[in-house]
Design a protein. Structure first.
Length: 88
């Protein structure tokens, strides 16, 4: 079964990653190995759409938040399966 995964980047970060020492998450591995294939083994992830908004340094205690987000987005794109859709 061909599958496209839709991810709300803001909610996944604030619900899972902010309280974790791990700030980087390999989305393809998470969904393929741990969430989708265990339920539907014949699934094939053909894409991941990651919806996000820019992190604003003025709204964060971390002055490098914008750089960190950009770096993470580059890493997600390097995987090849993730499309980043930026909003506001």
């Amino acid at each position: 079964m061909r599958t496209i995964v839709y991810v709300d980047g803001y909610n996944i970060f604030y619900s899972i990653l902010t309280k974790s020492p791990y700030k980087w998450l390999d989305l393809h591995t998470l969904f393929d190995r741990h969430l989708i294939r265990p339920v539907v083994p014949e699934s094939e992830i053909i894409g991941i759409k990651y919806f996000t908004a820019p992190a604003l340094g003025s709204m964060s205690k971390d002055p490098k938040v914008e750089q960190r987000q950009a770096h993470y987005h580059r890493a997600l794109k390097a995987n090849g399966a993730v499309e980043i859709i930026k909003g506001y």
